[in-house]
Write a new protein. Structure first.
Ligand code: ATP
Length: 250
């Protein structure tokens, strides 16, 4: 039987209704305002890329959506206002984040790292998802008994993605998956991201590698100094002169 990581079905969501809708989001670090009223929507099944220079506020936005960064404004997920909800409840609702820098637990085995990702699920569900993760990421199966710290950067990125998928999310948030990886490995990671989207997982990916991210994205957003300054289909943004000059070095 071919196993997939198909997410739990999204109930009663009309096509026009976004899965995630962020409205006028603000966020501060002390007196520094990192987000200045961000609006963004992600529809079920979409792969959405958020690109922008260093310090634009991309990580802050993802962390505000997953609930580990305080924020003002609105965040609706499956038509429910989650903006005041604890991060752990957002995971249970179906939002799972792969943090910047992967943050795998180096001394723990690959398999134990994966099991940590399933803290919201029953043992039987976790075992079933673990099997599908090993099918999707065969290298993790080969290395399941090794400490996660012995994996290469690309393998650790796969582990971090698989760990987030262990929660069977409806929305996967990916922060800089290509960071620090060689070009060949970056290509492999982006192919995997496309494969996840093809399996029905909704993805919001933050990337400094704008070309790679926009070339696979259904929808793209460009962020500058805490604001969304442009949005549109990934292919349209890729061919936009302003984007080409500012982010693609052309
Ligand atoms: P990067 O690609 O470098 O992660 P980014 O687009 O994700 O950049 P953020 O990390 O969200 O940007 O940072 C947005 C703004 O908030 C920046 O001005 C940054 O200096 C500031 N900032 C981020 N984290 C903190 C912090 N812990 N304390 C103070 N300011 C912070």
């Amino acid at each position: 039987m071919k196993m997939t990581v198909a997410p739990l079905p999204v109930p009663h969501l009309p096509q026009a209704q976004p899965l995630l809708s962020v409205k006028a989001l603000t966020s501060h670090y002390g007196r520094i305002q990192a987000l200045h009223g961000v609006d963004l929507a992600v529809h079920a099944g979409q792969l959405v890329a958020l690109v922008g220079a260093n310090g634009a506020g991309k990580t802050t936005l993802l962390r505000a959506i997953s609930g580990v960064q305080p924020a003002g404004g609105g965040i609706d997920f499956m038509r429910e206002d989650i903006s005041r909800m604890a991060a752990s409840r957002r995971v249970r609702l179906g939002i799972s984040q792969v943090p910047e820098g992967r943050q795998v637990f180096a001394p723990m085995t690959v398999e134990d790292n994966l099991k940590l990702g399933a803290f919201t699920r029953s043992k039987a569900e976790a075992a079933q998802t673990l099997a599908s993760m090993y099918e999707l990421f065969p290298i993790l199966k080969d290395k399941r008994q090794l400490p996660a710290g012995t994996l290469s950067g690309g393998q650790q990125q796969m582990l971090a993605m698989a760990r987030a998928l262990m929660a069977s999310p409806k929305l996967l948030l990916l922060d800089e998956p290509s960071m620090g990886l060689a070009p060949l490995i970056v290509r492999e990671i982006f192919e995997l991201i496309c494969k996840l989207r093809d399996q029905g997982i909704t993805i919001l990916v933050v990337e400094q590698n704008a070309r790679a991210a926009l070339s696979i994205a259904d929808q793209g957003y460009v962020m500058e100094l805490g604001r969304i300054v442009m949005s549109g289909p990934g292919s349209e943004l890729l061919s936009d002169d302003r984007i080409r000059q500012a982010y693609l070095g052309m």
